[in-house]
Design a protein around this ligand. Structure first.
Ligand SMILES: *Cc1c(COP(=O)(O)O)cnc(C)c1O
Length: 448
């Protein structure tokens, strides 16, 4: 099983051919099946002597791939999509064929250097100084948690724990659920500034809160692209207030900060250069493979102090002055998941990325106009990024669910409803550069 023999040779060819066909052929909008339906399909597949590669490959194609919705369909409009480039997919396959350890420089130097080139490039796009850096983690959830741990440790060491009070972070009511999850893991309070649909968190609102809660606030989390509506908080005023108060500013750009690669869109993020840390997920709108989140700190040594694990078996890495990604987040063993991002950026270049982002932004603008033109729909907010949210007049939550289910069953598109200000709403997140306004109109017309 660990020898490269005739059988491995055949399996390589068959697998590559299957992967290649998957990339060439137009894919349907797939739909899941229930656990009851799937159970018999993979039953008895782990056997004393194995079922063999032909049968395993067949099951991969007919079950594993067939009953999973893949995010790279043009009409995947749910959640936040996932549309990796061909080069990113190939970079991912290449990375897997080199089972290397991405936690420390000693073992993964080459791969980590490639990842760091991407992180430095992202930091520069955000206007951070050249010393900025960090690592790639599995997703925005771990990225936010890791950054907020550093923020709290930094506050602890500079001003000590608040006396008789709990630590708190400030964010808006539109912040991603992972921010509250991180607060729960860190056992800190969340001070929420309520914002309406399309409204932004501002420095003024934060200054007001800091006026009476300042002592216990260790971080502000601003969104550079909220998940539900794509709203970008007012980073300039927030950054100024945080600087003034000495409070860590973390910018959650898991989805939206990908648009930094577009020179036309970059101005939307003015003020990002004032942050202490930010995240952006290449597996969302930067066209790489799952799972991948870039986590970047303005001042990496602070993060290193907060995250470095120590033990006898790690002593060999201590004090060697090298860049160990394990020291910058809550993880140790890690896949060098930034390599496919580097590979695709190197192959395609910045301009192709900018064009891809601009294409999705343009489709979104057209989609918002198309919503406004239809009497049965109400646009909920002018899109800032690639999310367009609207209501179907007269529809309940159940109507929305039934419609979404029908669209999936019929293979038209994958859309899930959401709520905006407590009311049922529909939302298209346009992530695939090949999605056209006709794809969007097909969805809008099905709501007539
Ligand atoms: C998706 C998202 C997250 C969480 O990222 P995961 O990669 O799913 O863990 C955090 N913040 C925002 C704004 C997001 O859109």
């Amino acid at each position: 099983m660990h020898r490269f023999d005739e059988q491995s040779e055949q399996l390589w060819h068959a697998a590559i051919e299957m992967a290649r066909r998957r990339r060439i052929e137009p894919q349907p909008v797939r739909r899941p099946r229930t656990r009851e339906e799937l159970t018999p399909l993979l039953v008895d597949t782990i056997t004393p002597s194995g079922i063999g590669s032909d049968e395993a490959l067949r099951l991969f194609q007919e079950v594993v791939a067939e009953f999973s919705i893949t995010g790279d369909h043009r009409r995947f409009f749910s959640f936040i999509g996932h549309a990796p480039t061909e080069a990113a997919v190939i970079g991912d396959i290449l990375l897997s064929a080199h089972p290397l350890y991405g936690g420390d420089w000693l073992e993964g130097a080459g791969a980590i250097q490639a990842e760091n080139v991407v992180l430095t490039w992202l930091a520069k796009l955000a206007g951070l100084p050249p010393e900025a850096g960090g690592c790639f983690v599995s997703g925005g959830t771990v990225g936010n948690l890791s950054a907020l741990h550093v923020a709290r440790q930094s506050a602890r060491s500079s001003r000590g724990d608040p006396i008789g009070k709990r630590w708190a972070l400030v964010t808006s009511s539109e912040a991603h659920s992972s921010v509250r999850s991180a607060a729960s893991v860190l056992d800190v309070d969340v001070l929420t500034v309520t914002v309406g649909p399309g409204e932004k968190l501002t420095g003024e609102a934060i200054a007001h809160l800091l006026g009476y809660e300042g002592e216990r606030v260790f971080a502000v989390v601003a969104a550079a692209g909220s998940t539900n509506l794509g709203t970008i908080d007012d980073l300039i005023s927030i950054g100024r207030v945080c600087r003034e108060a000495g409070v860590w500013l973390h910018v959650d750009g898991s989805y939206g900060l990908a648009a930094l690669v577009s020179p036309d869109a970059r101005a939307k993020f003015a003020g990002i250069e004032l942050c202490d840390s930010f995240i952006v997920d290449p597996h969302k709108w930067l066209f790489s493979t799952y799972d991948c989140c870039g986590l970047i700190y303005r001042d990496p040594p602070i993060a290193r102090r907060a995250h470095t694990q120590s033990a006898a078996y790690l002593d060999a890495l201590d004090g060697d002055d090298q860049w160990h990604p394990a020291n910058y987040a809550i993880h140790l063993s890690r896949r060098a998941r930034g390599v496919p991002v580097w590979f695709s950026l190197a192959v395609n270049g910045e301009r192709a990325y900018a064009a891809a982002i601009d294409a999705t932004l343009e489709t979104t603008r057209l989609a918002a106009s198309a919503v406004k033109e239809r009497a049965w729909l109400t646009l909920l907010a002018e899109p800032e990024l690639s999310v367009v949210a609207f209501q179907r007049i007269g529809w309940s939550w159940q109507n929305c669910i039934d419609w979404a289910e029908r669209l999936l069953q019929e293979g038209v598109a994958f859309v899930v409803p959401t709520t905006v200000a407590g009311e049922p709403a529909l939302r298209l997140a346009i992530q695939h550069p090949n999605a056209t306004i006709d794809d969007v109109i097909a969805v809008l017309e099905s709501l007539a």
